[in-house]
Design a protein around this ligand. Structure first.
Ligand SMILES: Nc1ncnc2c1ncn2[C@@H]1O[C@H](COP(=O)(O)OP(=O)(O)OP(=O)(O)O)[C@@H](O)[C@H]1O
Length: 311
């Protein structure tokens, strides 16, 4: 059974197509990673799944039911951890969770029980009576999660839940995602942190310009570029445009530069390191380090989109 199915989902803002005939299936029990650089269309897609935005065309089904005609079912089946914190600073942690759980129809003893359970799950039971305005960034993010899970949704969408928090809270959140998944939740996870997605996601879709351009397990995605090598060259005194000198060299399929560091992607079978280094040297630039790597998921993303995930 697909927990989420998108068919030909499209969103236009005037003439601009933010989401372009997107079709996607997320099966039960998956932790599904949605990757895309800024502006790829992830948030617009998520907002449509949450009924916060009306699609221009296409269909969205949650657990096999259309979200428009069965909006109550969709709402109860879905938990959203939004990118921007959705918590009230002038309510206690307990009141926040209880408020959101109440919106999903929980009442009385069940509401209290689920509120306590959700706070316990994110490790904030001892802070139940405290106001989130005094919480650290990581604690606020955890409270944000508690608000989304108290009604025990089947599908949880987490939109960059680890932005701007300390490593300890980040690890806490990642292990919570795994625990939620083990308890039967399907999770859609968007992040700018490739390592996180590699670590926890069972399947990954890469979005660019409103479309899914690649989809699969991380092994399947990496297989797209197994015939490639990645050469990382650090320069001294770089001007910022040295990577352009590599375009057109034998075997080189792409060369990208971030300040002093160049990532060159090349056909594995072409012996071109000397040519690459020669092309870079001169005109004031010197080479500090050279490293040849097996491409990782970040490299898949760069190769497919020509952009860095964290541009
Ligand atoms: N209300 C709107 N009106 C016009 N354009 C919009 C609107 N909302 C989003 N867009 C545009 O649609 C595109 C996709 O935006 P979206 O926020 O979905 O990207 P994203 O992949 O979530 O990026 P980020 O990682 O920055 O959140 C962007 O070019 C954005 O400027």
């Amino acid at each position: 059974m697909n927990v989420l199915e998108l068919r030909g989902l499209t969103k236009k803002f005037g003439d601009f197509i933010a989401v372009d005939h997107l079709s996607l299936r997320v099966g039960e029990g998956e932790i599904f990673g949605l990757l895309g650089a800024n502006g790829a269309g992830k948030s617009t897609t998520i907002h449509m799944v949450c009924s916060l935005l009306q699609p221009s065309s296409g269909e969205i089904q949650i657990l096999g039911r259309d979200i428009k005609s069965q909006s109550r079912f969709a709402k109860q089946s879905l938990g959203i951890v939004p990118q921007d914190l959705a918590i009230y600073e002038d309510m206690t942690a307990y009141e926040n969770v209880s408020f959101f759980a109440g919106l999903y129809g929980l009442r009385g003893a069940k509401l209290r029980e689920r509120t306590e359970e959700a706070l316990d799950f994110v490790g904030l039971s001892d802070k139940a009576k405290n106001y989130p305005k005094n919480f650290s960034g990581g604690m606020k993010r955890r409270l944000n999660i508690a608000c989304a899970i108290a009604h025990k949704p089947k599908l949880i969408i987490m939109d960059e839940p680890t932005v701007g928090i300390d490593p300890q809270s980040r690890n806490y959140i990642l292990s919570s995602v795994r625990k939620l998944n083990e308890s039967g939740c399907t999770i859609i996870y968007t992040s700018h942190y490739m390592e996180e997605v590699e670590e926890i996601c069972s399947r990954i879709a890469i979005m660019d310009h409103g479309k899914v351009i690649a989809e699969g397990t991380k092994e399947q995605l990496k297989a797209i570029i197994t015939e490639m090598k990645e050469i990382v060259i650090e320069l001294k005194n770089a001007r910022g445009n040295e990577a352009e000198r590599l375009h057109g060299l034998p075997g080189v399929t792409k060369a990208l530069q971030e300040e002093n560091v160049i990532h060159a992607y090349s056909d594995l079978s072409v012996d071109n390191l000397n040519l690459i280094l020669k092309a870079l040297m001169g005109e004031g630039a010197e080479i500090r380090t050279v490293e040849e790597r097996e491409p990782n998921l970040e490299a898949v993303f760069l190769t497919l989109t020509g952009r860095n995930l964290r541009d």
